[in-house]
Design a protein around this ligand. Structure first.
Ligand SMILES: *Cc1c(COP(=O)(O)O)cnc(C)c1O
Length: 422
């Protein structure tokens, strides 16, 4: 199946007489005939759901769909994108370890990595993904265990050279974890370019209607954990009577450990209803992404043509710094988010935003509605000026999330905003 078909048919497959729509299995637990069977579940020696803190059939169907869309061997859903980023790392890192992270990432990830994970004893070492290999490799330390980056960075809109960074990571026995929230698997499948683990804030395009916060982690099944010395996966886990993930679960070792250890212990599994809503979003993801890309390109070109605009960032624009990388990694379109900077700095940015009528001023992106956000005074206000520059953010910069409305109405609204700039 192609991705457009997988959006609808992967995961839940109704058998003869079954409901066509994905059923919501609203149950905390599952009934079994024998104590012996439940004992086996506790030893991970039999398949089956046990308790909805660890797995649930409705969520499991959506996980299968996401894994299929990304081309991975397994996926695990989480209660948020933040949890997905945290667990993707915590599954293989512990106190005393470090990881390399692109400086061009989501502001919430910066908080998590630089403040909270630091308190847990995990060091985040930032690198500029546009630097050459040697400069990046020089940052790797003996305790470095992973490399983390975003495919299409929020909000910098830089495009990651996934293949190059994956090769670099692999030369040092490190897995590459890629946050693929903005492109979604419709526009880019990082695993095909060498990424080992893919994370998502499903809150964005996957949900797409601004109704439910969620996350997902996809395991490519391609990384050789044993060879790279990840003993947390290749040595016995006492909490499951000595299960060895790499030996007992093969290519799904990482995903199984993540679920039965971290999801079990942290209680960060989504409820069935959340997965049901996410699945509704996934069913139309393919058609929505196509329209988001088309509208965003038209909006980017329109803004570029205005003398009130200082600069526009959108990787599908031919003169964009990341155009060549976008052609390689995002051939179907560069998603729906456009960053631009109005002349006249913060004051004009605020005038622009407050004059809009169609576009909503919200702390969100990637929904069917056209939205605007001012990173310097909203999502990224906790960053220092230096961190703002490193993240590619200017005080007059506006992040425009182009929705799927009629493009004529979107452009008319942008014109209204520009007219309010002095
Ligand atoms: C929003 C976002 C996150 C965090 O996801 P939540 O669902 O809000 O917790 C992580 N990464 C990226 C790229 C995001 O845009």
């Amino acid at each position: 199946m192609k991705n457009g078909t997988k959006c609808i048919h992967e995961g839940y497959r109704p058998a003869n007489g079954d409901p066509l729509a994905l059923p919501i299995y609203q149950s905390t637990t599952y009934a079994y005939d024998s104590t012996e069977h439940i004992g086996k579940l506790f030893d991970l020696a039999a398949d089956g759901h046990m308790y909805s803190r660890i797995s649930n059939p409705t969520v499991a169907f959506v996980e299968e769909k996401i894994a299929a869309l990304e081309g991975g061997v397994a996926a695990v859903c989480t209660t948020s994108g933040q949890t997905a980023s945290f667990l993707a790392l915590a599954n293989i890192l512990g106190s005393g370890d470090s990881f390399l992270c692109s400086s061009k990432i989501y502001g919430g990830s910066v908080n998590l990595f630089s403040v909270t994970m630091k308190r847990l004893g995990i060091e985040c070492i930032y690198f500029d993904p546009d630097d050459g290999d040697a400069k990046i490799e020089a940052l790797i330390k003996p305790n470095t265990k992973a490399v983390f980056a975003e495919t299409l960075a929020n909000p910098a809109l830089s495009v990651l050279d996934i293949r190059r960074i994956a090769d670099l990571a692999h030369r040092h026995g490190l897995p590459l974890i890629v946050d693929n929230t903005f492109p979604t698997p419709i526009l880019c499948r990082p695993i095909e370019h060498g990424a080992d683990i893919v994370t998502h804030s499903t809150t964005k395009y996957m949900d797409g209607h601004a109704i439910q916060v969620g996350g997902a982690i996809v395991d490519s099944g391609n990384f050789d954990w044993e060879k790279a010395g990840f003993t947390c996966l290749s040595e016995p886990d006492d909490s499951y009577h000595g299960v060895v993930y790499t030996k007992d679960f093969g290519r799904s070792a990482y995903a199984v450990k993540l679920r039965v250890q971290l999801i079990r212990d942290f209680g960060t599994y989504p409820p069935a209803t959340a997965a049901f809503y996410l699945d509704l979003g996934l069913q139309t993801l393919d058609v929505r992404m196509e329209r988001h890309c088309k509208n965003a390109l038209a909006a980017a070109k329109f803004l570029k043509g205005s003398d009130k605009v200082q600069s526009v960032s959108y990787p599908a624009l031919e003169d964009d710094k990341y155009h060549a990388l976008a052609e390689k990694y995002l051939p179907m379109g560069a998603s729906g988010v456009v960053s631009f900077t109005v002349k006249g700095g913060k004051e004009n940015a605020v005038r622009f935003m407050d004059a809009l009528r169609l576009a909503k001023n919200v702390v969100h992106v990637a929904t069917v509605h056209t939205c605007v956000l001012h990173p310097a005074s909203e999502t990224h206000r906790q960053l220092t000026d230096e961190q703002l520059v490193a993240a590619g953010i200017n005080p007059g910069m506006i992040r425009l999330s182009v929705g799927i409305e009629d493009i004529d109405d979107i452009l008319e609204d942008l014109e209204r905003g520009l007219s309010a700039c002095i």
